[in-house]
Design a protein around this ligand. Structure first.
Ligand code: ZN
Ligand code: ZN
Length: 114
């Protein structure tokens, strides 16, 4: 997401915040993946989501839509850490993890144990 009150013509890295922890991963030089409508998940949230949803097979469901794909899927979800709570579905978690793993720009790999 974008910080409130920014100049859309002049967006700075610190204006781009992870939807799930509220940190500015870009300014911190951390990896992140962009979803629909400017939603962002950072590498550390993605690791947590991946651990919960894929490694632990957590079956948490929600009525709300996934922040990344904007779909109310049947998938289990991981809930973010900041208000308003954002959630990411299992499908987006897998997809985003794939994007970051493949990216030559980032040194990120999928968590292998919970
Ligand atoms: Zn985050
Ligand atoms: Zn999704």
């Amino acid at each position: 997401m974008h910080r409130d009150g920014i100049d859309p013509e002049n967006v700075q890295p610190e204006d781009i915040l992870c939807d799930f922890c509220g940190e500015s991963s870009w300014a911190n030089g951390e990896p992140s993946v962009e979803g629909h409508r400017g939603s962002i998940v950072c590498g550390s949230c993605l690791s947590k989501a991946y651990t919960e949803l894929i490694l632990n097979n957590t079956e948490q469901r929600s009525e709300a839509t996934c922040r990344m794909c904007l779909e109310n899927s049947e998938e289990p979800v991981w809930l973010g850490l900041v208000e308003p709570i954002a959630l990411i579905c299992k499908r987006c978690t897998k997809q985003s993890a794939g994007v970051l793993t493949k990216s030559k720009h980032w040194d990120w790999s999928k968590p292998t144990e919970a």
